[in-house]
Ligand binder design. Structure first.
Ligand code: FES
Length: 131
């Protein structure tokens, strides 16, 4: 068995991200850091239609963070996630591109919510930062 196979089969961990109350529907994002495919990346969590969602903070047009104004990733109506650089639009539910100059969707991060706490799930290519 190779080392990469061992990583691939490692069980997912669920790591505390924020309190449920920190995520308001269509409101500001809560940022967090991850290691994605070996690189440190910013990520963000939002709430949309009651459900918490999280994505890498990396536009699919150019690998830039979506928010010029800190943690502001929703459009004015709180319906779509918008990249402030050139206006690519993404579905808050799926991260799929719905308009603008995107090139595929956002990279989604699995979340769970229980007892007032939102947790993000690690995956074979998605790990916490090591301190
Ligand atoms: S970098 Fe996001 S739209 Fe261009």
């Amino acid at each position: 068995m190779t080392e990469s196979t061992i990583h691939f089969t490692a069980p997912s961990e669920q790591l505390p991200l924020c309190n449920s109350a920190d995520l308001q529907d269509g409101g500001l994002a809560v940022p967090f850091d991850v290691v994605y495919a070996g690189q440190t990346c910013r990520a963000f969590a939002i709430r949309f239609e009651g459900q918490p969602q999280a994505y890498l903070n990396r536009c699919s047009h150019v690998a830039m963070e979506l928010d010029i104004q800190e943690n502001k990733v929703f459009d004015r109506d709180g319906q779509w996630l918008v990249c402030s650089s050139h206006g690519a639009e993404f579905s808050p539910e799926t991260g799929d591109c719905v308009g603008g100059p995107c090139n595929g969707g956002l990279v989604k991060i699995t979340l769970s919510e229980e007892n007032g706490v939102v947790r993000w799930h690690t995956a074979y290519n998605l790990m916490p930062l090591e301190f």
